[in-house]
Design a protein around this ligand. Structure first.
Ligand code: ATP
Ligand code: MG
Length: 583
């Protein structure tokens, strides 16, 4: 049987645990429940336990949150440790569950090669991250190799800065390819194979106009060039690659099947003349392979075993295999997954590029965008993006997750590590009469050992206008970690007069963050919202709010992600300007 002293200790421990997880107020019923659960013998002593609980709770509930927390840490350190460990284990379990990818077919440890082939015609976005994570994750799972290959064979669309942007985003996401290469490294190879196809009768050079080609493909009829002899084809081909033919004067077409129901197979163009200089190779080449041609060749010759790509390429699979078969090259296995969509945004580099060119947003890292650099700038962690993507797995089923889901992964990771600060958006002044001068000690994090700061108060405070607007004469509020006040008067000017009620602790009062006048650090917070609304650019996609943060906020480093209490997780973007990731 427990002694009274032991019961007091047990009650105290659970009261502190309950209070510190419930805004500073322990609930008697909940505490007694926990006590009985830990020590079932006490069920026969419920009256005694209830008496002790009443006494202990009245003491503990009169302490500030900070005092409760330090008491808990001081008197029950092993409980605090166990609590932290429990949270860690839980999040580890959660993440491990999310990370389980289904096995690959035909995969042997040490032999799997995957790749991610972005076109450097824009910045990396979260849809690319899905393809890249899946590729690299599978390579890791089978101790294989993962290739980052820039599919850069359309010089009209590609730019040097986009290669770099992809590399930067890869580095930030923590994806390490075993090899980085460019499709354009292999131009000679494509030319040799193209020639081989012409010689073998698998392709021909077509000089039809674009309109005619489109028309004939539509009705499933071949043009006269389809039956051209190999010598004629080779002759025209040489003219093409030596620059003797102009832009739309000739194309290299695969001899497919003009009657195929899969229109991809109706003699598709595999190489075409492009006269724009290439970002890496300049004017060295005039004839460039399409993705349909370069893709399978690269995959095959680079030893890729499992080609992972988003489902919209499905109709092109037949062509992919046909090209490799005609060249007698090794034919990798293709694995398809659904293309990631995200609500109220676009995951198309082309559309993003258009919004940027039209100056509707400020650039590829504008915090409203779904690009990796924008997500970074906004305060998302790479790990949150990783977990978000892997939680969706490799299913082919289309889904359109919301930003909320991505945010919930981020919040879960940030909450245990982000420092807390007070920020008062659109502040209103409160003058408290008879207020004591106080030094309030606030920890930067309720659980972490991030240290603390002292806030001096002398009765004049700033509180958020949003909260102030809801106040009436006679209502009470708690200035978090300071004291309770009662509203006496709301002046026309907006200034609020209040009285000090610190000696009383009112139950269930709204608890507000505050900044003492004289301790202000001005801060502007940008609030990115939905980029699109009904598929149109949302002109209100970026709002901002001016406010006052506590003076310690001046020490937040650029790039640091913190939590503004009751306002949200924000990343410091430049001195005095933060961007809110989410609440
Ligand atoms: P964009 O319109 O953004 O240019 P894309 O598919 O043309 O899209 P690529 O640079 O060609 O872009 O894409 C590289 C790889 O990324 C492709 O293999 C594709 O499977 C994959 N990918 C692109 N967008 C998504 C997405 N939203 N979800 C999943 N995978 C994607
Ligand atoms: Mg593309």
């Amino acid at each position: 049987m427990a002694t009274d002293q032991e019961i007091v200790l047990l009650v105290k421990k659970h009261a502190l645990l309950n209070a510190t997880t419930h805004d500073g107020r322990a609930d008697k019923g909940a505490v007694i429940g926990r006590v009985m659960a830990e020590c079932s013998d006490l069920r026969t002593e419920s009256k005694l336990v209830s008496e002790i609980a009443a006494k202990v709770l009245s003491e503990i509930n009169s302490l500030t949150f900070g005092q409760q927390r330090s008491l808990l840490e001081r008197e029950f350190p092993e409980t605090v440790q166990a609590e932290i460990q429990k949270k860690k284990d839980q999040s580890k379990r959660d993440s491990e569950r999310g990370f389980e990818l289904p096995k690959l077919v035909d995969a042997k440890v040490g032999e799997v090669v995957t790749r991610f082939p972005p076109e450097p015609n824009g910045f990396m976005h979260i849809g690319h991250a899905k393809a890249a994570f899946l590729g690299s994750e599978y390579a890791k799972m089978y101790k294989g190799k993962f290739i980052l290959r820039f599919d850069d064979t359309n010089p009209a669309a590609e730019k040097k800065e986009y290669y770099d942007a992809f590399r930067d985003s890869f580095a930030w996401l923590g994806i390490k390819p075993d090899l980085i290469k460019n499709s354009s490294d292999d131009m000679e190879r494509y030319y040799a194979l193209a020639e081989e196809m012409l010689e073998g009768g698998y392709a021909y050079i077509c000089t039809c106009s674009q309109e005619k080609m489109r028309e004939l493909r539509g009705i499933g009829e071949a043009c006269e060039h389809a039956s051209q002899r190999a010598e004629e084809n080779l002759h025209l081909w040489r003219k093409m690659i030596s620059g003797d033919l102009g832009k739309s004067e000739a194309t290299f077409r695969f001899r497919g099947n003009m009657k195929s129901l899969n229109t991809t197979m109706r003699d598709p163009v595999l190489l075409r003349i492009i006269d724009t200089p290439h970002p890496l190779l300049g004017n060295k080449f005039f004839v460039w392979p399409t993705y349909d041609f370069a893709g399978p060749i690269e995959d095959s010759l680079d030893g890729v075993t499992h080609v992972m790509r988003s489902k919209e390429y499905e109709l092109r699979d037949e062509l992919y295999h046909a090209i490799l078969n005609s060249l007698e090259l090794r034919d990798p296995r293709i694995i398809e997954f659904s293309r990631l969509k995200l609500q109220n945004t676009t995951l198309s580099k082309r559309t993003l590029g258009k919004i940027i060119r039209e100056k509707q947003v400020q650039g590829w890292d504008d915090p409203r965008l779904p690009t990796i650099s924008a997500l970074e700038r906004r305060g998302f962690l790479a790990e949150a993006i990783h977990e978000f993507i892997l939680s969706m797995g490799v299913s082919k089923v289309e889904s359109e997750p919301t930003w909320d889901l991505l945010e919930s992964f981020n919040r879960k990771l940030l909450d245990p590590i982000a420092k807390r600060y007070f920020f008062v958006p659109d502040p209103v002044k409160v003058q408290v009469s008879d207020a004591p001068e106080l030094q309030v000690t606030l920890k930067y994090h309720p659980e972490r050992d991030y240290g603390e700061r002292e806030l001096a108060t002398h009765g004049t405070f700033l509180i958020p206008s949003d909260d102030a607007n809801r106040l009436k004469v006679g209502s009470r509020i708690r200035l978090i970690e300071a004291y309770d006040i009662q509203i006496n008067e709301i002046q026309k000017s907006g200034i609020i007069l209040a009285t000090y009620k610190g000696e009383e602790r009112t139950a269930d009062v709204p608890k507000l963050q505050w900044v003492a006048v004289g301790e202000e650090y001005p801060m502007m917070v940008k609030l990115p919202g939905p980029l699109l609304q009904n598929d149109e650019f949302n002109p209100k996609s970026l709002q901002s709010i001016n406010g006052i943060a506590e003076s310690a906020a001046g020490q937040i480093k650029i790039g640091e992600i913190i939590q503004f209490v009751r306002f949200g997780f924000c990343r410091m973007d430049s001195p005095g300007t933060a961007i809110r990731a989410h609440r």
